[in-house]
Write a protein that binds this ligand. Structure first.
Ligand SMILES: Cc1cc2nc3c(=O)[nH]c(=O)nc-3n(C[C@H](O)[C@H](O)[C@H](O)COP(=O)(O)O)c2cc1C
Length: 213
């Protein structure tokens, strides 16, 4: 929330992009930046959470299990990320597809952070993410034909959107968006041009979501 020149409270939506890529100059990061740039130009408050950048530990450990079983507190590093998620109206998870799904770093966000006691309650009731907007932006080496064939895209849609976010977390506005036909190393400026039009689409998506909020 902000106060404008004549003292009227202006409600600004907050967009948080969470990225997973070991290379800070990767196309993954460029995609998140495009999304946030579009949202920012349309008036949103924008934030980035780079999981590699903060040294996030994605491995589910005894402290996570103890918390799940009611024997220990929410781990501090988990709690810190949860408060970032809680403060956002729109979340974008941006990552390259590794072996038909998300990379281990992003999976750790689901395993450790989007957990019981935060994202859903003991009886499965939706928690802190309910009602938020989520966009899952996946970068793929393959083309549209890959994720539209053999049930690949359907499996991701079911697992991430329907089961995890909608059924457990109460997030109904959730969509997967692909940035496809890439090569590892498309972050090199010459190759990056190939993805320019897709990044402009992502930027437009950020702008439209912000204008809607
Ligand atoms: C371990 C690994 C597994 C991959 N598996 C897939 C896959 O299942 N489908 C696909 O389309 N691309 C796959 N790729 C390709 C990456 O998704 C693609 O190159 C992406 O653009 C990498 O992003 P980056 O250049 O920003 O790191 C894989 C890459 C790696 C390293």
């Amino acid at each position: 929330m902000a106060v404008d020149g004549v003292g009227i409270m202006v409600v600004m939506s907050t967009f948080l992009a969470i990225t997973s890529n070991p290379e800070p100059h990767s196309l993954t990061e460029a995609t998140a930046a495009a999304f946030l740039r579009g949202a920012g130009q349309a008036g949103a408050d924008t934030q980035l959470l780079d999981l590699y950048g903060i040294g996030f530990d994605p491995v589910y450990r005894s402290c996570d299990r103890d918390h799940y079983l009611g024997r220990g507190p929410m781990p501090d590093d988990v709690r810190a990320i949860q408060s970032r998620l809680e403060g956002a109206d729109v979340l974008a998870l941006v990552f390259p597809v590794y072996w038909y799904t998300m990379p281990a770093m992003m999976k750790g966000l689901f395993d450790r952070v989007i957990c019981r006691g935060f994202a859903y309650g003991e009886e499965g009731a939706p928690g802190a993410l309910a009602g938020k907007t989520v966009r899952v932006i996946m970068l793929t080496g393959s083309s549209r034909g890959w994720y539209e064939s053999d049930g690949v895209g359907q499996a991701l849609q079911n697992q991430i959107c329907h089961q995890t976010f909608t059924k457990y977390c109460g997030v109904t506005d959730v969509e997967i968006v692909y940035v496809d036909n890439l090569f590892m190393g498309d972050d090199a400026p010459r190759r990056r041009a190939a993805a320019d039009s897709q990044l402009r689409t992502i930027e437009g998506m950020g702008a439209r979501l912000a204008a809607r909020a």
